[in-house]
Write a protein that binds this ligand. Structure first.
Ligand SMILES: [Zn+2]
Length: 281
């Protein structure tokens, strides 16, 4: 069994699936070169290069990091060592704080918006502030069905948001999902599954709002954090949070229980949202 596959979306855009179902990176093929998003990791990037070579002989001249998380941004030296590497400015700041030999630093930084042109085609990159990470770019790519939004790990059609929203700015995530809805796209994709209809952007935002409201209701309803007689602070915290998060997830099951990951992740996401209610993020 091969570790990778490629899907042709038309318009020059393809999806590279690494260990299909775990990671996906789009790439755009033009007559002047290839723009590849997210090398993923050194081993994946070697396969990515092989996959692109089955479609075109053109070199990869542009690489975009959708955001700075290592599980998407590692391995560019294996994919295209001489390419221009594009990322949001805050990604470069994060890389400088935690040097990693498997990540090539970006050579072209985006602040709020960039139109990236290559061989008569173009990719639009927008920054709507911190959300899943401080540096996520919303990328619009041409496909036969109209523009595809790639907003890696911010929206993942068919899936509940991942676990406890690691590294997430909660308010920023809600704001970004609202702001990106104004862009003209027909389908959207994250970094892991397959593309789905544009509705997954507002659906994901509504899920987070519904889970936030349910978490707040359960937390307030049981009077915040009050110890039982003889109970210490640690035991109280764990009892209260577990109960609140399980009940909040249960409240959403009839509406969202069919989303992949819901059973495992909704209580963890509720726990993250409870921290947001208590601390402000
Ligand atoms: Zn990520």
């Amino acid at each position: 069994m091969t570790d990778w596959s490629v899907t042709d979306l038309g318009g020059g855009t393809y999806l590279f699936h690494w260990r299909p179902g775990f990671y996906v990176s789009p790439f755009l093929v033009t007559r002047e070169g290839v723009l590849a998003i997210d090398p993923i990791a050194p081993t994946a990037a070697r396969a990515y290069r092989e996959a692109i070579a089955t479609i075109t002989d053109a070199p990869v001249t542009l690489v975009i990091y959708s955001h700075e998380h290592r599980d998407h941004s590692s391995g560019a030296a294996e994919l295209a060592p001489n390419a221009t590497i594009i990322a949001q400015r805050r990604a470069a700041e994060r890389f400088a704080r935690r040097p990693d030999p498997s990540i090539l630093p970006p050579t072209l930084l985006v602040e709020n918006h960039a139109s990236l042109q290559l061989g008569g085609k173009q990719v639009e990159a927008y920054y709507f502030g911190p959300n899943h990470s401080p540096s996520n770019l919303a990328l619009l790519l041409p496909t036969a069905e109209g523009p595809l939004l790639y907003y890696c790990d911010v929206v993942e059609p068919g899936f509940a948001p991942y676990r406890n929203l690691p590294d997430t700015d909660v308010v920023g995530l809600l704001e970004s999902l609202a702001a990106v809805s104004a862009l003209p796209f027909r389908r959207c994709a994250g970094g892991h599954g397959v593309p789905g209809p544009a509705e997954w952007v507002p659906l994901t935002r509504q899920y987070l709002l519904d889970l936030l409201a349910a978490t707040e209701r359960e937390y307030r309803g049981q009077g915040g954090q009050v110890p039982l007689p003889g109970e210490d602070g640690v035991a109280m915290t764990e009892r209260v949070r577990r109960g609140v998060c399980q009940r909040a997830a249960e409240a959403l099951r009839s509406q969202y229980g069919h989303w992949k990951g819901f059973e495992a992740w909704a209580p963890l996401t509720a726990d993250r949202l409870l921290s947001y209610l208590i601390t402000g993020n």
